[in-house]
Design a protein around this ligand. Sequence first.
Ligand SMILES: NC(=O)c1ccc[n+]([C@@H]2O[C@H](COP(=O)([O-])OP(=O)(O)OC[C@H]3O[C@@H](n4cnc5c(N)ncnc54)[C@H](O)[C@@H]3O)[C@@H](O)[C@H]2O)c1
Length: 308
Amino acid sequence: MLGSRIAIVGVGQVGAAAAYAIILGSIATELLLVDDNVSLRDGQVCDLSDVAYSCNSRTRVRAASHHEAGQCDIIVITAGSRHTIGQTNLEYAYRNISIVKTIVDAMTPFKSDAVLLVVSNPVDLLTSLALQLSKLPPSQVLGSGTYLDSMRIRGMLADKIGVAAKSIDLFVLGVQGESQVTAWSAATIGGVPINESLSKEDVINRSDLSNECKHRSQSIVRAKGATPFGIGSVVSSICCAIIQDKGTVHPISHFQPTLGCCFSLPVVLGKKGVTRKVQMPLSFEEDAQITDSATALKAMIDQVNNSN
Ligand SMILES: NC(=O)c1ccc[n+]([C@@H]2O[C@H](COP(=O)([O-])OP(=O)(O)OC[C@H]3O[C@@H](n4cnc5c(N)ncnc54)[C@H](O)[C@@H]3O)[C@@H](O)[C@H]2O)c1
């Protein structure tokens, strides 16, 4: 972590929660906060600096411009607009597309080995556009994708069968949201394929669990208005894996050349972002669902590019 710098662009609910987790973990030496709303940004700097002082964090926090953020080791994009009542998903997507375009433009040129991590929604679409616009190599442009969903479903399964989530390998993959796919066919418990490791007493309805996981964000938003903490902690884990060159495997949105867009498949994360891809044998149905949703995403990206 020595000398490492992370920038968070957009310090609303999600950006602030990510900053909080990064400070608690002393993940970086310096944390730069950027927001168009300058008084909110400065308030967050003071509040989060207090966190750093009170927990003896080695991470120091300060306000910065978009341009400075582009020179950091990792730049996390959590800027966005709120989904307003009556706004369609398409209108919402176009609003955030315009925000991400402005941000990437203002940060260009990036430090050549910077890693860009997109969190704003729709995450796979915005990651694909950030890759096009930033001109960074594909291995350095990532999206949080289905990382949180994978952690969620592991936790939910762990609760049902009484095994620690850490001993479960189960990935949610593909385009994050309605068409994401739970890769049950490749799931293991303690390294043993799930079909062999579970006994008859372990009754799990896979489809119910996948659906509950898919809609969990909506339930949280209905209950408390936003979902900042889970994703904040995911951002901190991803930054930690990169800065500490951990070589750990995570489901991360990244560029898939065969389908021409970014979505989540397992990768090894290290200092240079994606250091290698991990082949995961999926069932025919899982593979087909992922391909279908990626094809629809690519069509949407082409539509956005043609509308410019
Ligand atoms: N990927 C995930 O799993 C996940 C989970 C939760 C939320 N999100 C997404 O994260 C994004 C942020 O959510 P939130 O609840 O923090 O919203 P928020 O409204 O609380 O914060 C957004 C912030 O972005 C700032 N902003 C807007 N334009 C900017 C610009 N050009 N430069 C810098 N800052 C700018 C705003 O001033 C605001 O402070 C949304 O797109 C949301 O959908 C993603």
